[in-house]
Design a protein around this ligand. Sequence first.
Ligand SMILES: *Cc1c(COP(=O)(O)O)cnc(C)c1O
Length: 362
Amino acid sequence: MSRPAQAVIDIAALCSNVQQVRRWAPQQKIIAVIKADAYGHGAVRVAQAIENLVEAFAVSCLEEALKLRAMGIQLPIVLLEGFFQAEELPLIAQHHLHSVIHTHTQVEQLLKISPPLPIPLWLKIDTGMHRLGFAPTEVEEIFHRLKRHLPTQTPLRLLSHLASADDPQSQQTLLQTQGLLNLVDTLQVESSLANSAGILGWPQTHRQWVRPGIMLYGVSPLANNLGSTAGLQPVMELQSALISVKRYRRGETIGYSATWECPEEMPVGVVAIGYADGYPRHAPAGTPVLVNGKRVPLIGRVSMDMVTVDLRTQPEAKVGDVVVLWGKQLPIEEIASSAGTIPYELLCHICPRVRRIEKIET
Ligand SMILES: *Cc1c(COP(=O)(O)O)cnc(C)c1O
C-alpha cells in the first residue's frame, strides 16, 4: 500500500439500496443503470453484486456492455444510446444486448439488415427532454415498421427520459408521463420512464420497467435532499490520510495564490487527495472534511494531489490519521453543493489512480 487515497465500496449498502428501489417500485422490473463504470464504483463489481437482485443492466455503449459480458454477466444489458455504427449490430445480437433506437439513421441501418437480427429494442421517445428520441407524432409509424421487420418473438418497447423529476414542483414530469401514456395506450407495449427521481417522487412514472442510477449508490437525486431521507445508504467512502501536519504563524498563507491566511498560530494538515484524484477543485475553503471522524474545514486551494485543512479543533491529529472526503458520515450531497456541482459528477470523476477496495464487514 502506498498512497492512501482510496474509495471504499460498501456492497452491503448497494444491495440494501436495490431493496429500497423494490420498496418504492414493488411491481416493476429494475434496470440497474451502471454506465460510466457504475458512476465510478466499478461496473463489474456492482453488476456481480446485484445480478441476482435486478432484471437488467443499462450502460452507454457496446464497450461498456462487452466488459460485463467478458466477466460473465448474463442479464440483459440495455445500450442507452443504442449503436453508433451499423457494424456494432452483429456484436449486439451475439451478446444478447438490448438497443435503444433514437434516430432515423439507426432505424434505416436496422431495416437494411437481412435476415433481421433478434435484438430487443427500446424505441426512445422525446416527451420533452429534447435531447434524444423521436417526436411522439412519428412514433407510430416507426414502431410498426420496426415491428414488421423484427423476428416475431423479439421485444419492441418504448422508453423516455424525464427532464425535471428532481423538482417536485415541476409540471414537466406530468406532461412527459402523459405524452408517453398516450403512445402506450395506442401501441399496447411495455415502457420505461422513471430514473431515480421518478422512482422516489413520481409513482405515476413507474410503468413496467424502472431505471435507477444514482439511488443505487445511496445518493439522492433530489435537490437539497440526502439519500438517507429515502432510506438509502452511501456506497462509496472516499478516504485518504494526513501526510503532513505543521504549525504556521499568524499572517502566513497556505497554498497556491496564497488565498488563505492564518488568523492566528495554528496547525495545518495536508491530505493526499487532489483534483487529479477527482476531488473537486472548486471546493472552497470551509468545505468539510473528516479527520479521525471529526469535521474540519478545508483551507486554501485544492491542488492536483493535495488539499490542506484547518486542524485547530483537532490539535492531536497526526501524520497517518484517516481522512474522509465523503461517505456515510459526510454526505456527498453536501460536498457537491459546497463545490457548486452535483454528486453524479463527483462520483464519475474519481480517477483510476484512486484504489477501489471493497468494505470488509466487521
Ligand atoms: C443515466 C440514466 C438513468 C439513471 O438516472 P439517475 O438519475 O442516475 O437515476 C436512467 N435513464 C437514462 C436514459 C439514463 O441515461
